[in-house]
Ligand binder design. Structure first.
Ligand code: F6R
Length: 254
């Protein structure tokens, strides 16, 4: 697989979505073998689904175990019940937790029904802080450069907080709903500061729709208008792209 070093970032260019998913799973599996009680920062969305499938297979074959793992998800819609099949709580159970040997009590997702989002954010950051920083934070990237639900804005948000979703995010996520009107307009997300406490980062991106923002994130200036650009300042970042998502980056640097 083509590997590129860009400052402290390692970029892997996979042929396609399946190879990207496999590489992502290998990186997580390697961590779990070295540290069975790792703290995982997890993401939802379309991108990591294939990686979660690979991890489920590895777990079924006995190659990796989640028994001692704890997990901390990036975000949750707000307000939303856990039982709603559009909640990220439901997504994680459906796409990973129900199929591996993880103790569900060790999985954490911001509470989409919190009465007080500020208090929820503070408590969530305390939980993450108690891990000493998750060992690896899985990220996707929004077409507008968001990570978690940190949308483009004037300042990097340090803490877990309530957000109003961007029009672009609502449009992009409408594919998971019957209609755009059903997409929640609010969410609770780890802040950029919370994300940056992760000991390592694993960002996945696939498809040509992500090609412009992938280039911008890695080669553009670091700005809260492209929240993912902050990753240029993290010391241990692995980015796994498929060829389509890597296309604009590669045409710039090669
Ligand atoms: C998901 C999340 C978002 C997604 C991003 C990309 O928990 O925090 O930042 O990673 O919106 O979504 P997909 O993978 O559906 O393109």
């Amino acid at each position: 697989m083509k590997t590129i070093k860009l400052n402290d970032m390692t970029i892997y260019v996979a042929k396609n979505y399946d190879e990207m998913s496999q590489k992502g799973a290998e990186i997580i599996a390697e961590l779990l073998k070295a540290k069975p009680d790792a703290a995982l920062g997890l993401a939802t969305g379309g991108t990591p689904v294939g990686m979660y499938k690979e991890l489920i297979e590895m777990n079924k074959k006995g190659e990796i175990s989640f028994k001692e793992v704890s997990s901390y998800n990036l975000d949750e819609y707000y307000p939303i019940e856990k039982t709603n099949d559009q909640s990220y709580d439901y997504f994680m159970r459906d796409n990973l937790f129900n199929h591996v040997d993880i103790d569900i009590n060790n999985t954490h997702i911001p509470n989409g029904m919190a009465a007080d989002c500020a208090a929820e954010g503070k408590a969530y950051d305390e939980l993450v802080r108690a891990t000493g920083g998750v060992d690896i934070q899985v990220l996707g990237i929004g077409g507008n450069g968001h990570i978690g639900f940190n949308e483009p804005c004037d300042v990097f948000d340090p803490i877990t907080h309530q957000v109003t979703l961007d029009e672009r995010t609502i449009r992009d996520n409408a594919r998971f709903f019957n209609s755009i009107e059903e997409v929640p307009t609010q969410a609770i997300t780890m802040g950029i500061g919370t994300i940056m406490t992760a000991k390592s980062i694993l960002l996945l991106a696939s498809g040509k729709g992500k090609a412009p923002i992938v280039k911008e994130m890695l080669l553009g200036k670091v700005t809260p208008q492209v929240p993912a650009s902050i990753l240029q300042f993290h010391k241990d970042v692995k980015i796994v792209l498929d060829e389509e998502a890597a296309a604009e980056l590669l045409s710039e640097i090669e």
